[in-house]
Design a protein around this ligand. Structure first.
Ligand SMILES: Nc1nc2c(ncn2[C@@H]2O[C@H](COP(=O)(O)OP(=O)(O)OP(=O)(O)O)[C@@H](O)[C@H]2O)c(=O)[nH]1
Ligand SMILES: [Mg+2]
Length: 679
């Protein structure tokens, strides 16, 4: 076993029409026959992906490790080809000199450019079968094919896999390209292995293979298998690793990787699954993507179109609709978004099954039937917040096209923060969409906060106590304004209230899903001085309910009448008549006095002067009772049962008396201290 030595690594993918000599050429270069299946041998064609590898020592002493993914040329197996093209850095386009450019030559080339495979080289195979002038013709045809595309000017080299002519030159050119396009693995990124094969090996168990898309994987790691069955998670342990048939402790991004997995059944993992660092990736059923429609697409895209979406090794049916022009394309004036053949635009894709996707992932879309490649592009947002066309159009403008080196620009993070609304964006959510460790977006979000472009709301429930929710200044402004307005409105209606009950405040300030974050926000808004929270009451800072002159007079009269009434006070109805006060105003004054301890509200709603209750307590102490019954209490104070019971419950509730079966006693603390006050 060994760890990866100082190596340059790259994976090359073949491309080209059926029977043009892709598999034979890979064999000539590596000695490995990629056609593994009996059926492939019998029919002489490639059906599924094949894999081979080549090692070279570079002049600077480094090892060069080239992986080959050999794809089938047959139109019917294109979906197999697509499953293997993720992570490919170099396209080896194979064109048979005797046949020249054919339909799948064009289709594979188009797919490679849509996938953004950065480099290409062309092998003119079967050079032994043609005269020099025909070879020259084939070369011209290829030059013309490449013209104006991303691979224009790529090397075009004649070879014969049978005689070996031209092979050394082709190999030298491949090595040169490989060195130039070797992957620089970023080992801080989470592990992401899109599975292109999953099978069972006797004695070993489940094996998965793929081109490691990011991070690294080591023996003993636990990986999550996505997508998992609804409502469940699936994890597996890496028991052993092979890269190009060699045992390894670790594989890194850009390597053809085979993992022996423990703790998982084969029915939980298949082509299109991804084996990833747990909790670092999420699946999605909706994508916002930048799409280029191929020039030979049969018709413009408009409205919802059924498509088959290929993303890394996964393949899923869905519907796609253009949501508006991004660079070119019609739509605009008519209001009907459309992408014409050869043009580009932003599309919303709704999938029939979940896939793992991050911003920047490439995808290919095909017509499901009859099968045809329509176009492809790049994921702008794997989790668009809104389904509304207008919001998606705004998103398209703000998200731009992700260049591979700036997936998480400030504009993107700010967009996601705005989209998150009052719920805010967490660093973990951003990290899921970027395929990055959360520390990266956290740092970028922190910087934006320093610049005043967004705000951090501490969320003690998230991120192990150090969690933050990032919100847009406009959202903060809206929430604090709504809080202010809601509380003003509350106090307008109920001027004498000490505060608004929390539950009511939450309902008024945080409608909808934001209510789950109400406590986070109430804490924060009070820290910001927007409101105050005291126990269960929410109020405005510095607010003191004050009585009008009329109310002051009334309140004095009310206290007087209650005090005079002692344990047989007037009812509010009587009071209202006696003092000729409007019931509504009287109610407000009574509550004001109750909240401030001048009046006491008994269980059941009866009201007494606080002084009357104080006097009662004193008299009870004076009575020197060891224990007493309700009857004793009634008789001593001349009370009806209607008053006696609520009064005793009140005294129990304040801890002055304690119940012992049918009897009561005065609490020891009440005896020693003063009779105390009502709370
Ligand atoms: N004479 C000659 N025959 C070749 C050469 N390369 C391939 N062939 C033959 O062409 C046939 C097809 O070759 P493959 O390598 O299987 O073609 P392919 O492109 O892999 O085909 P698919 O995978 O099915 O798309 C085989 O019979 C090869 O032996 C060559 O350079 N010269
Ligand atoms: Mg083949």
């Amino acid at each position: 076993m060994s760890s990866p030595p100082d190596v340059a690594r790259v994976v090359i993918g073949t491309a080209g029409h059926i029977d043009h000599g892709k598999t034979r050429l890979v064999q000539a270069l590596t000695g490995i026959d990629c056609d593994r299946w009996v059926e492939e041998k019998e029919r002489g064609i490639t059906i599924d992906l094949g894999f081979a590898h080549l090692s070279k020592e570079l002049p600077d002493g480094r090892a060069l490790q080239i992986g080959f993914v050999d794809v089938p040329g047959h139109e019917r197996f294109l979906r197999n080809a697509l499953a293997g093209l993720g992570g490919i850095r170099i396209m080896l386009l194979v064109v048979a000199a005797d046949e020249g450019v054919k339909p799948q030559t064009r289709e594979h080339l188009a797919i490679c450019s849509l996938l953004g495979i950065p480099a290409g080289i062309v092998a003119l195979t079967k050079a032994d079968l043609v005269e020099p002038d025909l070879l020259e013709l084939a070369r011209l045809e290829v030059d013309e094919l490449l013209e104006g595309g991303p691979y224009a000017g790529a090397p075009v080299l004649p070879v014969s896999s049978v005689t070996g002519d031209g092979l050394p030159e082709l190999e030298a050119a491949l090595v040169e390209l490989a060195v130039a396009h070797a992957v620089e693995p970023d080992l801080e990124l989470p592990t992401r292995l899109p599975v292109d094969r999953a099978f069972h090996l006797k004695g070993l168990g489940v094996i998965v293979t793929g081109t490691l898309a990011s991070g690294s994987v080591a023996v003993g790691d636990t990986l999550e298998i996505l997508p998992a069955a609804a409502g469940s998670t699936a994890t597996a342990r890496v028991r052993s690793i092979q890269v190009h048939g060699e045992s390894r402790d670790r594989a890194v991004a850009g390597e053809r990787t085979a993992l022996q997995l423990g703790g998982i059944d084969l029915d939980r993992v298949e082509r299109g699954s991804e084996a990833v660092t747990p909790e670092r990736f999420e699946t999605t059923r909706r994508l916002l993507a930048h799409l280029r429609l191929l020039p030979d697409a049969p018709e413009p895209l408009a409205g919802f179109t059924p498509v088959r979406v290929h993303l890394l090794s996964s393949e899923v049916l869905g519907k796609l609709r253009p949501i508006g022009p991004a660079t070119t394309g019609g739509g605009g004036a008519s209001g009907r978004a459309e992408i014409a053949p050869g043009e580009e635009g932003t599309v919303e894709i709704r999938l029939s099954a979940p896939v793992v996707a991050i911003r920047g992932d490439r995808l290919i879309v095909r017509r499901p039937s009859p099968e045809l490649t329509l176009g492809g592009g790049t994921v702008l947002d794997p989790a668009p917040a809104s389904r509304r066309l207008r919001d998606l159009q705004a998103a398209a403008r703000e998200l731009g096209t992700p260049a591979s080196d700036e997936r998480s620009s400030a504009a993107v993070l700010l967009h996601w923060v705005r989209q998150a609304g009052p719920a805010g964006l967490t660093a973990a959510q951003a990290a899921h969409r970027l395929g990055e460790p959360p520390e990266r977006p956290a740092a970028a979000l922190g910087k934006l906060a320093e610049e005043g472009r967004l705000l951090a709301v501490p969320d003690r429930a998230a991120g192990g106590g150090r969690g933050k929710r990032w919100i847009a200044p406009a959202v903060y402004k809206a929430i604090s304004e709504r809080a202010g307005a809601a509380l003003e409105a509350f106090f307008d209606r109920d001027r004498l209230a000490r505060g608004c009950p929390k539950a009511e405040a939450v309902e008024r300030i945080f409608p909808g899903p934001a209510a789950t974050l109400a406590d986070v926000y109430l804490d924060w808004l009070s820290a910001q001085g927007v409101l105050t929270v005291q126990g269960d009451l929410v109020s405005l800072p510095g607010r003191e309910a004050s009585l009008t002159d009329e109310e002051s007079d009334l309140s004095r009269a009310v206290v007087e009448r209650f005090t005079a009434g002692g344990l047989t006070p007037p009812s509010p109805g009587e009071l209202s008549q006696e003092l000729s006060a409007k019931p509504q105003i009287l109610d407000g004054v009574i509550r004001y006095l109750t909240e401030r301890g001048k009046l006491v509200r008994l269980p059941g709603g009866m009201i007494l002067a606080a002084s009357a209750v104080d006097d009662l307590r004193q008299e009870m102490l004076d009575a020197g009772w060891e224990k007493f019954t309700v009857a004793d209490f009634k008789n001593r104070f001349g009370l009806s049962r209607k008053w006696a019971i609520p009064l005793l419950e009140h005294l129990d509730g304040t801890g002055f008396t304690r119940r012992l079966g049918d009897e009561r006693m005065i609490a020891g603390s009440a005896r020693q201290g003063s009779p105390g006050k009502d709370a």
